[in-house]
Design a protein around this ligand. Structure first.
Ligand SMILES: C[S@@+](CC[C@H](N)C(=O)[O-])C[C@H]1O[C@@H](n2cnc3c(N)ncnc32)[C@H](O)[C@@H]1O
Length: 210
């Protein structure tokens, strides 16, 4: 049945069933690999709106790390990012299959975010923003450094790297930010997420105030 032919209650039921299925997929992935999945349920629409709030249709290509079921991906599209301007990097195979089905025009890479430098030869795209859904607090400092170096090497000079955390501070330690010449600022906090979460924007220190 076409969605235009459906009544409000049928659409509501379909959406509710879709969210339930996504939550189930996410929870199953968490049971298999709690450290990497790092959350028991997908992020809320409120967090998705906050982490994508600086993205516009003028941002151009966007790299998303750890999209999971695609909550942030959907918000990016709603903010004007074209589906074929999206590069999604995810290493959970069930999430990869789901993302390929849902976003057939996006480039979906089934790989570890630490291997971003290996992408460069095949795909020289420069990104206007990076949206990071990875559980950085569960990673070693060295791993976070590799991911940040790889991402910033592929970003425009004034592009932002957006991440969320359930903690009280940015999940990238100050010492690492300093070593990489980066600066973090808080974009905002949402209590409409379980648990409440804050979003940070990381940019090259030279682009602050320029
Ligand atoms: C906290 S979940 C966030 C999912 C989604 N962005 C959301 O907010 O609902 C982390 C996601 O990152 C993926 N992931 C974790 N470590 C990864 C890595 N090193 N490379 C690529 N994906 C990774 C997990 O499979 C999972 O989909």
């Amino acid at each position: 049945m076409k969605s235009s032919a459906m009544g409000f209650s049928q659409r509501w039921l379909l959406n509710a069933a879709g969210s339930f299925l996504d939550s189930f997929r996410f929870f199953s992935a968490w049971v298999r690999n709690p450290k990497a999945v790092a959350a028991v349920a997908p992020s809320s629409r409120s967090l998705a709106a906050l982490i994508t709030s600086n993205v516009t249709s003028r941002t151009g290509p966007v790299l998303e790390l750890g999209p999971g079921t695609g909550v942030f991906t959907q918000a990016l599209i709603e903010r004007g990012t074209k589906e074929d301007d999206l590069t999604l990097v995810e290493y959970g195979s069930s999430f990869v299959r789901l993302l390929q089905r849902r976003y057939p025009k996006a480039t979906v890479h089934h790989m570890n975010a630490m291997d971003i430098p290996a992408l460069a030869a095949a795909d020289p795209t420069r990104f206007g923003a990076v949206i990071c859904g990875l559980g950085l607090r569960n990673m070693r400092c060295r791993e976070v450094e590799v991911i940040l170096r790889g991402a910033f090497a592929r970003m425009h000079s004034d592009a932002g790297f957006y991440l969320f955390t359930y903690g009280l501070r940015c999940s990238v330690p100050d010492v690492l930010l300093m070593r990489l010449g980066l600066t973090a600022s808080r974009v905002g906090t949402t209590f409409r997420n379980l648990p409440p979460a804050s979003v940070y924007r990381i940019v090259r220190s030279t682009s602050v105030g320029s």
